[in-house]
Write a protein that binds this ligand. Structure first.
Ligand SMILES: [Zn+2]
Length: 443
């Protein structure tokens, strides 16, 4: 095993001698050395077929147990001889692996959907969609979403403990599964206002604890939204937190200006229209405050007329060129040679036109939040199921096939929630299309 240090995830199939073929039906699965998983069909084999992968690269090679040098030769050459696709790490990504995903998106002109998750069926729909789209996924929890993940039987007190533990539980669910879906997954939390800072502190403590054990934070990134404060105070507090987060390779998203509409109990439906559009100087202020603390470890949710929720067309107009002006301003003021010095995040993506979304991606948007549209798809699946199966859902026994027929297989939650999941997965595949991210991992 010592010769495979360059292979981060290795699956070993031990091919038995003919008389032990029966043992193929009884594989032994062993987790060792962090992310390395070994599946052994027998311990008495002469040969092994090893399937190794590193950063999306797949290699197949034989291992002769009795000739270690041959193993060494194959393990060096063959994984790299059969390489295909991208270098991005699969499973939850943090630190440099996370930045590699963002830079891949920026370089290839796509953005990653960031979906607010409140329960495991929605998380699994996200993972399913990401696998089908062959693209990265951002799974995020809002404060209220985290509290819901913890269960409404627990009261979320001022210390935000329930919201913290719910987010941690959701993150651990994702971490247990993400690698099996074979795509990079980013774990993130959504808007955190000043009043909710105990939630943020609790999340950072969970990250620091995880970092001490595993050498990486539990979450890839978090959002701090102090846009209701002055931009000076916003940046002062954000810089302080970024310093703490950078020490454990955790990434920060900040917000300036105001995202209109209403989400998760924050109501900006009466916002001053001027505040719905960020100025280039304000975007530059974020760069000046945060880049010296942790270069490139932050993203900006700037206001460009985006609105949370889906409403009939009103007086707010999405204006992506605001983002373009921000990039140009920073490039000029800082004397940079890159056209997109900052990562932008698109809040309130639900209900936006494909043209607007793609224009925003052209100006450096690498993440688009989706909440309202997946809330609808989840419900839409249940709604159609109930309408379709109504005569089978009126009691435990008795349906159009006969008064004594049981209805168990119709009201089992796995039946109707599965419809919610399928509809949500399909809605997310549309989002991947909007975001030019279908088959992103082959780019
Ligand atoms: Zn938002």
């Amino acid at each position: 095993m010592g010769h495979r240090g360059h292979v981060t995830c290795v699956t070993t199939l031990v091919v038995p001698r003919p008389r032990t073929m029966a043992s193929l039906r009884h594989p032994r699965v062993r987790q060792e050395e962090g992310s390395e998983t070994t599946i052994e069909w027998t311990r008495h084999a002469n040969w092994r077929v090893i399937i190794g992968s590193k950063s999306g690269q797949i290699g197949f090679f034989f291992r002769c147990l009795r000739v270690p040098s041959l193993t060494f030769l194959f393990s060096l050459l063959l994984p790299y001889a059969t390489l295909q696709g991208t270098e991005l790490k699969k499973g939850v990504v943090t630190g440099d692996d996370y930045l590699a995903v963002l830079n891949h998106a920026r370089a290839n002109g796509y953005a990653i959907p960031a979906v607010n998750c409140t329960m495991s069926p929605i998380i699994n729909s996200c993972l399913e969609a990401a696998k089908k789209a062959n693209a990265p996924m951002i799974i995020q929890f809002s404060n209220g979403g985290g509290a819901y993940m913890a269960g409404k039987g627990l009261k979320n007190e001022a210390d935000q403990k329930a919201a913290v533990m719910g987010c941690v539980a959701g993150a651990l669910h994702v971490r247990a599964l993400a690698e099996f879906y074979g795509v990079p997954v980013i774990l993130h939390t959504d808007h955190c206002s000043k009043a909710l800072l105990p939630w943020f502190d609790g999340l950072l403590e969970a990250n620091e604890e995880y970092f001490a054990k595993h050498g990486e934070p539990l979450f890839s990134s978090h959002m701090l939204d102090l846009s209701e404060e002055s931009i000076e105070e916003n940046m002062e507090i954000s810089a302080k937190y970024l310093k703490r987060m950078a020490a454990i390779n955790c990434f920060l998203e900040v917000e300036i200006g105001i995202t209109g509409g209403e989400e998760d109990g924050v109501d900006n439906t009466d916002a001053n229209p001027e505040d719905l559009y960020s100025k280039p100087e304000e975007i530059h202020q974020v760069y000046q405050a945060l880049n010296p603390v942790a270069p490139g470890m932050f993203s900006i949710a700037a206001a460009f007329g985006n609105v949370h929720g889906v409403y009939s067309p009103g007086n707010v107009k999405l204006t992506p060129p605001i983002l373009k002006k921000g990039q140009e301003y920073i490039k000029e003021k800082e004397g940079l040679d890159t056209d997109k010095p900052v990562y932008f995040v698109f809040h309130g993506g639900s209900g936006s036109s494909r043209e607007d979304i793609r224009e925003a991606i052209g100006y450096g948007v690498i993440k688009m939040n989706i909440d309202t549209d997946t809330q609808w798809s989840f419900w839409d699946g249940v709604k159609d199921y109930v309408a379709d199966k109504s005569p089978y859902l009126q009691g435990q026994i008795g349906n159009p096939d006969g008064p004594e027929k049981p209805n168990k297989k119709y009201y089992d939650p796995r039946m109707w929630i599965r419809e919610a999941e399928t509809y949500t997965c399909n809605r997310l595949l549309e989002a991947y299309e909007d975001l030019c991210a279908v088959d992103a991992l082959s780019k």
